[in-house]
Design a binder for this molecule. Structure first.
Ligand code: FES
Ligand SMILES: [Fe+2]
Length: 384
């Protein structure tokens, strides 16, 4: 097992030699498809992936569709209120059931030949088989939608593409829920803006930049500035840092006095600062006292990464009379910072293509930890 962030941090901070550097992964790990294939099998396919907030599926039939690792998945609230996930593929001749990223359907009807499925994924009508085929006969055909593992905790909905997976989501997330999600009241968060796009970068570079604040003084000199952080005690499949703040870091420095107040029940550390967390493999989620945002990184290839960004606020913040007046200041700052990170991660990859190995300094211990974790997991899976 790799060491924890805390021990790595202590080792680096406590060392007399401040020139102590740790190595990045070998350059090919950010560029080559054969390494990427190993990562897919070892790290991505076995993992739980964030799909949406449960508040984004408020009603029976509310759904979102998402792409994960070349799979298209529908996540829907079924008639019994449970959130379920299915592959977005018709059982007739394989067309997607929907091309919408979200919506509300009493049932899913394939646009090709109109086969229909209810919110449990059951085939309910199948043109071509005769108009009078009874539901009981359709059931015998066993042509329901292919289910995907789906679980929700603290208002966060995740899916898992691995049929063999036996680790429940709550176990996978370790102490994240008690330490971060519940104190920040994530179950009361509502997504107010979301967007998806692709970048020419390796997904790990974006996680590394999320986990170090050396760059904030340079890449985000106007939008963030200095942002000291400390590693958080963690276990299982997440890690993160905490930034103590009296003024919201989610607004431009000169606008921080405009921040929404901290909602009820957000207390203790959650009310006094911001947790920047990574839920492996690529879900970066930031929980500040009064706002939450995420940048989900899903690899398309070694050098292309799909990015899903979302901004969310607590229910009572959304209900404020001044929400529409103040929220744009948050959007402006979040858009700007994410654009700056998007651009620097694409830029960084251009240099790494020369295959010169990079380093982490002692003030980037969490990015170094992530790198070490990836290497360890691949070594444990028998790859060198
Ligand atoms: S492919 Fe869906 S109904 Fe034919
Ligand atoms: Fe950044």
């Amino acid at each position: 097992m790799t060491e924890t962030i805390s021990s790595l941090h202590t080792r680096v901070e406590g060392g007399c030699d401040k020139t102590n550097l740790s190595k990045m992964l070998r350059p090919e790990c950010y560029i080559d498809e054969h390494w990427f294939e190993r990562e897919l099998q070892t790290i991505h396919f076995p993992a739980w992936h964030f799909a949406c907030l449960s508040t984004s599926l408020p009603n029976v039939g509310s759904f979102v569709s998402r792409r994960f690792l070349e799979r298209s998945v529908i996540v829907v609230r079924s008639e019994d209120g449970i959130i379920r996930a299915f592959l977005n593929t018709c059982r007739h001749r394989g067309a997607p059931l929907t091309s919408e990223s979200c919506g509300k359907n009493a049932y899913f009807r394939c646009p090709f030949h109109k086969w229909s499925y209810d919110t449990f994924g059951n085939l309910t009508s199948a043109p071509g088989l005769g108009g009078s085929v009874k539901r009981s006969d359709l059931k015998k055909l066993d042509l329901n939608l292919v289910p995907i593992q789906c679980e929700a905790v603290a208002g966060l909905v995740f899916i898992n593409l691995n049929k063999e997976n036996e680790m429940p989501l709550e176990v996978y997330l370790g102490n994240y829920i008690d330490k971060v999600a519940l104190p920040h009241q994530t179950q009361r968060m509502h997504c107010v803006q979301e967007k998806s796009y692709a970048l020419t970068t390796n997904w790990k570079l974006y996680i590394e930049v999320d986990m170090e604040t050396l760059h904030t003084n340079f890449v985000h000199s106007r939008s963030i500035g200095s942002q000291p952080v400390k590693p958080v005690e963690h276990d299982r499949n997440w890690f993160g840092v905490y930034h103590q703040n009296s003024l919201s870091p989610a607004l431009f420095p000169e606008k921080r006095n405009l921040a929404f107040p901290t909602p009820r029940d957000v207390i203790g550390e959650a009310a006094e600062g911001t947790h920047f967390s990574v839920i492996l493999p690529g879900f970066f989620i930031v929980t500040a006292p009064e706002v939450m945002w995420w940048i989900q990184k899903t690899p398309i290839s070694a050098t292309r990464t799909s990015v899903n960004v979302g901004y969310a606020f607590h229910d009572e913040t959304l209900a404020r009379h001044d929400f529409n007046e103040i929220a744009p200041h948050y959007f402006e700052r979040l858009d700007q910072v994410i654009l700056e990170d998007d651009q620097i991660c694409e830029y960084q990859l251009e240099g790494l293509s020369n295959r010169v190995r990079g380093h982490f300094t002692p003030v980037e211990p969490v990015a170094a930890y992530f790198s070490e974790l990836i290497e360890t997991r691949l070594l444990e899976a028998g790859y060198e």
